[in-house]
Design a protein around this ligand. Structure first.
Ligand code: B1M
Length: 232
């Protein structure tokens, strides 16, 4: 009888570099349990949550993205990879969101209408919580009215919008224009992010800042909030 488990890899026995390679493979194959296990092992070995996130999970997802673009992977496979990534993020979340301080500000986040990518937006939410912000997460496919209702009813200081598609990023301008029409644009800091965006786009749509990643979003939010407080 052949033992089908002969080839099983024991994640905890791999050195760090091989474990990270294995995490890339497991993410690619959408293996949520293995991703959760690998994430926990790296943390137990003293890796910081940010290091695990950047060097294992985000780096692995980048490989998935390249093969998705090149037509090697398709939507169902990428969805599995995204779910596996979320299993790792669920372990990191309490660590990234750990804070004893009272909220330094309130941010409403959401992925714009027409767009269902939420991994980057979720990361921004986690890092913001970790930095002491109160986060109101509106989820995906968010229309302008919902963003505006949420910032007003929650007394938020910041609106953070995410878009991953070149076809949905222009919707950010619709939201900002609606805020202008309502005369409330200047009452809020508007941050935008997502892989296809850049500084020029941010400027063109009238947002306050483009955040290339979640850590930048935290730094920029802190800085602009401090400036706004000093102005008032
Ligand atoms: Co999509 N997809 N996808 N997808 N997908 C991309 C974005 C794409 C670049 C893949 C590719 O071709 N290489 C491509 C877009 C091309 C383009 O527009 N130019 C694409 C496409 C085409 C599509 C579909 C149209 C495919 C189809 O159906 N034919 C479809 C669209 C669905 C829709 O939204 N209406 C689609 C669907 C999907 C899945 C559902 C399968 C899945 C999403 C699952 C989910 O999110 N729950 C998916 C995925 C996973 C991806 C890739 C592979 C990975 C995205 C991701 O999670 N990255 C992606 C390829 C890629 O980006 N490499 C791709 C990891 C994440 C941590 O990074 O989201 O960039 P990111 O977030 C970063 C920063 O950008 C920034 O901080 C984050 C953390 O550092 N940031 C912010 C993001 N939002 C921010 C907001 C802020 C601040 C910073 O506010 C303050």
């Amino acid at each position: 009888m052949t033992d089908e488990f002969d080839d099983d890899i024991i994640l905890s026995e791999l050195p760090d570099d091989e474990l990270v390679e294995q995490i890339f493979d497991d993410l690619y194959d959408g293996l949520a349990e293995e991703i959760a296990e690998g994430t926990q092992i790296l943390l137990d070995r003293g890796w910081s949550a940010t290091k695990v996130l950047e060097e294992a999970l985000v780096a692995g997802m980048t490989i998935v993205g390249v093969d998705f673009r090149d037509g090697i992977l398709f939507v169902p496979e990428v969805l599995l990879a995204a779910n596996a990534m979320k299993a790792g993020m669920a372990i990191l979340k309490p660590i990234l969101a750990e804070t004893g301080a009272k909220p330094v500000g309130k941010i409403v986040v959401g992925t714009v209408k027409g767009d269902i990518h939420d991994i980057g937006k979720n990361l921004v939410g986690m890092m913001m919580e970790g930095a002491g912000f109160e986060v109101i997460d509106l989820g995906i496919n968010v229309p302008a009215e919902t963003y505006i209702e949420a910032i007003e009813s929650n007394g938020a200081n910041i609106l953070g919008m995410s878009a991953l598609l070149t076809t949905t990023m222009p919707y950010m301008k619709v939201v900002i224009d609606t805020m202008i029409e309502k005369g409330i644009r200047k009452d809020y800091i508007v941050l935008v992010g997502g892989a296809p965006l850049n500084e020029e786009f941010c400027e063109a749509i009238g947002a306050d800042a483009y955040c290339r990643d979640a850590a930048t979003a935290v730094d920029v939010a802190r800085e602009l909030l401090a400036r706004a407080v000093h102005r008032n």
